[in-house]
Ligand binder design. Structure first.
Ligand code: CMC
Length: 428
């Protein structure tokens, strides 16, 4: 294999180094391109652009492979809790028993939020989208922990900041839901697991403590594990871009939450359920919606289908689909939306439009049905994704600083007016 790539511009040859990753993925190093040739590259949406080296997550879209720190997602989803997976993503290795104990203890210690921070929740209107509240409150935490405004310089500082964020995001999410529903907040209970504690903060009432069923606890763990990282997706890239200006971790992940909110990214999980509900209520066949998705004059897209990287199948969606069946069966639930989802999937698998464009169910297609079965309200679905993605955002932010990356600052090709003279108001 060649270790140089040659580019010819106006008859002149330029050589660039080839870079090869652990899994033999190849890349042309064009860092010197502008200085040597005077040209830049054009890649809107960054589909062909590597922005960093990373040792956190590997995705092979053609083969449907996803690995966290080398471990296949199928194994992690089956064998690890979310806390264990978060440790793996943050620190690079599966935790030993004492490491997991210490990590869990830190998460418990940091679960409560400052009382003054609690008051802020009541300032939001009842209709405030929880994603807006989550982003605002994550940014706000830094006001109560000024020490996190700095990039951590020691391992202990990073341990503290990472667990503080990982733990408080869950408390903020649950408080946002309780406040918006006009219900009293439930403070974290240190005797519960990470997921159990979240469910308690969401669903316990003064007259009845929420009983955490092991089946639901497991399903929620699996949901969070599957969302824990996904290399340079839109929100993680946002966290890196914001972090590259040396903005603190909290403001960087708050920006990540905003990027995740959009329906083409994490917001798709709620959009899928809205779409399935529409189909159910309309009584129209799946084919009507498939035809709309194929119609280039109709902005409608089949939500939960397609992926920038996966061009075969999304392994997370396969694991989720199985888990949805198990959960519904264990809870003795029958969800009509699952039937509709299955009909849509079956129809697309036979349809040339979807086959030729490699459009398959992605992680968001079945996740909403799982969240519905747990009792999570629709406007919290993308918040759940954000809680899951937190380890990935933190690990990428740390890696950015470990690699001492430059500030993110893409270039452009200007297509506006040439230089012209200012026109006074009377002459316009
Ligand atoms: N329904 C109908 N057509 C689609 C869909 C869809 N869901 N997704 C892509 N296409 C078509 C698109 O119109 C285009 O067709 P053509 O080549 O004829 O112009 C072709 O497939 C390629 O699509 P693209 O928009 O260029 O692909 P992209 O890589 O820029 O976008 C995507 C990827 C995920 C944003 C897109 O597939 C999409 O909008 N899907 C629906 C929203 C969704 O489910 N998002 C969740 C993504 S996975 C988890 C996450 O990131 O949060």
């Amino acid at each position: 294999m060649s270790d140089k790539a040659t580019l010819i511009i106006d008859g002149q040859k330029y050589d660039f180094d080839m870079i090869t990753g652990t899994e033999n993925e190849r890349c042309i190093d064009i860092q010197s391109l502008r200085d040597t040739t005077g040209c830049i590259t054009m890649d809107p949406g960054f589909a062909n652009t590597g922005s960093c080296y990373s040792s956190i997550t590997y995705v092979d879209g053609a083969k449907g492979i996803l690995r966290y720190r080398g471990y296949p997602i199928e194994e992690i989803a089956e064998k690890a809790s979310f806390v264990e997976a978060a440790y793996l993503i943050l620190y690079g290795e599966l935790p030993k028993a004492d490491q997991l104990k210490a990590f869990s203890a830190r998460l418990k210690e940091h679960a409560p939020i400052h009382t003054n921070l609690e008051h802020h929740f009541s300032g939001f209107p009842k209709s405030a989208p929880p994603m807006a509240i989550l982003s605002a409150m994550l940014n706000l935490i830094s006001c109560f922990h000024p020490e996190v405004l700095e990039v951590p310089t020691t391992g202990a500082e990073f341990d503290r900041t990472a667990s503080l964020l990982l733990s408080k995001v869950r408390t903020i999410a649950a408080f946002a839901y309780r406040m918006a529903s006009g219900k009293p907040i439930n403070h974290p209970n240190p005797h519960l697991t990470y997921c159990g504690n979240f469910l308690h903060m969401m669903f316990s009432d003064p007259y009845q403590e929420y009983e955490v069923s092991p089946v639901v606890d497991r399903a929620l763990n699996l949901f969070l594990v599957l969302h824990a990282d996904h290399e340079q997706n839109c929100s993680t890239s946002t966290v890196r871009v914001v972090g590259s200006s040396r903005a603190n971790l909290f403001s960087s992940v708050a920006a990540g939450v905003c990027a995740l909110w959009g329906p083409l990214h994490g917001g798709a999980n709620a959009a899928v359920i809205k779409m399935l509900e529409d189909i159910r209520q309309s009584g129209r066949p799946a084919s009507y919606y498939i035809d709309r998705a194929k119609d280039k004059n109709d902005p409608f897209r089949l939500m939960g289908f397609g992926h920038r990287v996966y061009k075969n199948f999304d392994p997370r969606s396969i694991i989720l689909k199985k888990q949805v069946y198990n959960l519904l069966e264990a809870l003795k639930l029958d969800d009509q939306l699952l039937e509709i989802a299955l009909q849509l999937e079956e129809a697309t698998l036979k349809d040339d439009y979807f086959i030729s464009r490699n459009l398959y169910p992605n992680v968001d297609f079945y996740s909403g049905i799982l969240l519905r079965a747990i009792g999570i309200p629709l406007n919290m679905y993308t918040v759940m994704f954000a809680i899951g993605r937190m380890p990935g955002w933190i690990a990428n932010w740390k890696e950015l600083h470990d690699h001492k990356l430059r500030i993110s600052r893409p270039r452009q090709i200007y297509t506006g007016s040439r230089a012209r003279t200012f026109v006074p108001m009377t002459e316009r």
